[in-house]
Design a protein around this ligand. Structure first.
Ligand code: GRF
Length: 205
């Protein structure tokens, strides 16, 4: 599978995806394109260091969400992308974009969904008092953080946990969960049943 990774920031999840796919044929995945909607972020440097085509498509230069997405679509088509990974990509995608890529578009979120959707998921978890949180890799649907779940990993929340320490702790498990989910998708062990919006498993993964 030819994979694009969309980012907006430091790109540690991108790095985990690069590291896991490079020279591992069993991943059945090659990252061939990275797009950041924010210019100058560290994720772009990570991609370029790995020799991956990295585009900065600044969303603020487009007057509508659709025009911004059209620019991304051009690059996705030109590089013949099969699967898109959203790895800390902080733009909401339109229904049109999501429908076009439905089943081939996955996201990582820093909570055990369906708990703590949206922004500041780690802070939401801390404030709620839960003693376990984690990350979720899921298929993307139009409604944010709602899609069918492929992989989750949990972390314990300590009594002296801070937002910063929880962010880092969850990132560590994201770096395992995201490559795992990509592999499941790329090796056809899992797919999205689009009629019901649920995951179908083809093995006992
Ligand atoms: C991750 O925690 C991801 O779940 C969230 O944004 C963060 C991105 O981190 N949506 P990085 O850019 O991969 O380091």
């Amino acid at each position: 599978m030819r994979v694009a990774v969309l980012i907006s920031g430091s790109g540690t999840n991108l790095q985990a995806l690069i590291d896991s796919t490079t020279d591992d044929p069993s991943m059945m995945s090659e990252i061939v394109l990275v797009i950041s909607n924010k210019p100058g972020v560290e994720g772009i440097n990570r991609a370029r260091r790995a020799g991956i085509l990295a585009l900065e498509i600044d969303h603020t230069l487009f007057s509508t969400r659709e025009e911004f997405e059209e620019e991304m679509l051009k690059a996705l088509n030109q590089t013949q992308i099969d699967v898109i990974c959203l790895a800390g990509f902080m733009r909401v995608l339109t229904k049109k974009f999501v429908n076009k890529w439905r089943g081939r578009l996955i996201n990582v979120h820093p909570s055990l969904l369906p708990l703590f959707k949206g922004l500041n998921a780690q802070k939401q978890a801390l404030e709620s008092g839960v003693r376990v949180s984690g990350c979720t890799v899921h298929f993307v649907e139009e409604e944010i953080d709602t899609g069918a779940i492929i992989v989750q990993e949990s972390v314990s929340i300590n009594i002296d946990e801070t937002e910063e320490s929880l962010i880092e702790k969850i990132k560590e498990v994201e770096h395992l969960a995201f490559p795992k989910a990509l592999k499941l998708l790329a090796t056809n062990q899992v797919y999205l049943d689009k009629d019901v919006g649920k995951v179908k498993w083809l093995t006992n993964s």
